[in-house]
Design a protein around this ligand. Structure first.
Ligand code: ADP
Length: 327
């Protein structure tokens, strides 16, 4: 294969996700395998602007595949939104002789990369590192499976105590715009109700079924809520329920950042490794501005500007499963 690049940079940007390290490792090792020089860029676009860039070797990524977080750190970078910031970033890359980039991040990071690559001659390849799974063009995003499994572990524990006391528990999981974590963790823990931003919730139905349970003295109920649901999260849902069930014990647990941390699951390590490997292959082939996803277990490439938030991904069938299995 003729090489189209010789010195590549890799960075993690935006929200962090477990498995990003496995992706960095794959990019570095695949690049070195092909005889490329590989540079780590610290703190996403911020490190490009501040020239916080260092050469990576095979051993730079030893013993990180199992670690959460990202050894390259991540950041949100205001300057990169503006043309002068992006110019500074480009000048620094040129100074280092970098002629291709792998960006591990979410749709915001890809929007930045699309702008950057339109202004300057710098091929950019995107890999989805986000726990939210809401990127068009891939069945998987790095970190989602880990976040779901962390949520499941926590919810199972809460269910034990909920069950012992006959309580209603409302558990809030991450997902400002996307309900995938709530949906997957809710189904996997047998939640009676799952509230997500993509669907309107029939709160009247929920209240009626809880009142019914209360009458039968069987008021144990698990509700999983995505933080971005129409009510605005678990505390708000609790208020609405309290108004209608004044005597019920209704508890809230907000899982928060534990969902971002921890050792990535096998699936996340595997998809990160595959995506990292293929991102470098794309650069080697001279591809520009491509998003590397996985659809139906096959690598899938779309233009980076199409790797936007996937809003319509939750089908009615999933909602039906929730309802039937909880009844
Ligand atoms: P994520 O990649 O997780 O969606 P953000 O939306 O915060 O996270 O994006 C990460 C970074 O990408 C931003 O801090 C900014 O530096 C850059 N970025 C995002 N959107 C744009 C844009 N429209 N133009 C230029 N840069 C952008």
């Amino acid at each position: 294969m003729t090489k189209k690049v010789s010195r590549i940079g890799v960075l993690t940007s935006g929200g962090d996700a477990p498995g990003m390290n496995a992706a960095i490792r794959a990019v570095v090792r695949t690049g070195l395998y092909h005889g490329l020089e590989v540079f780590g860029i610290m703190r996403g676009y911020q490190g490009m602007i501040e020239e916080d860039i260092f050469k990576m070797e095979g051993r730079s990524v030893a013993n990180i595949i199992q670690r959460g977080g990202t050894i390259l750190k991540t950041a949100r970078c205001k300057e990169f939104y503006e043309a002068p910031g992006r110019k500074k970033a480009y000048d620094n890359l040129k100074k280092q002789g970098i002629d291709g980039l792998v960006i591990i991040g979410g749709d915001g990071s890809f929007r930045g990369a699309v702008k950057f690559s339109k202004e300057f001659d710098m091929p950019c390849i995107g890999i989805a590192g986000t726990i939210d799974k809401d990127i068009h063009g891939s069945d998987y995003t790095i970190g989602f499976d880990t976040a779901v499994n962390t949520a499941i572990e926590a919810i199972d524990k809460i269910r034990d105590t909920m069950d012992a006391h006959d309580r209603i528990f409302i558990i809030e999981v991450m997902g400002r715009d996307a309900g995938y974590i709530a949906l997957h963790s809710g189904i996997a823990t047998g939640a009676e109700n799952i509230l997500i931003p993509e669907r309107k919730t029939n709160i009247k139905d929920i209240i009626e079924s809880l009142q019914e349970k209360e009458k039968r003295k069987k008021l144990v109920n698990l509700i999983v809520v995505a933080e971005g649901d129409e009510f605005g999260g678990a505390n708000e849902v609790q208020k609405v329920l309290k108004e209608n069930l004044p005597n019920a014990e209704i508890r809230v647990a907000i899982l928060g950042h534990i969902q971002r941390g921890g050792s990535p699951t096998g699936i996340d390590r595997l998809i990160a490794s595959r995506m990292g490997y293929h991102a470098v292959e794309c650069l080697m082939e001279g591809k520009h501005n491509v998003f590397v996803g996985i659809l139906n277990n096959k690598m899938h490439y779309i233009p980076l500007e199409k790797a936007v938030k996937n809003k319509g991904g939750i089908s009615e069938e999933w909602m039906k499963i929730v309802k039937i299995l909880a009844s």
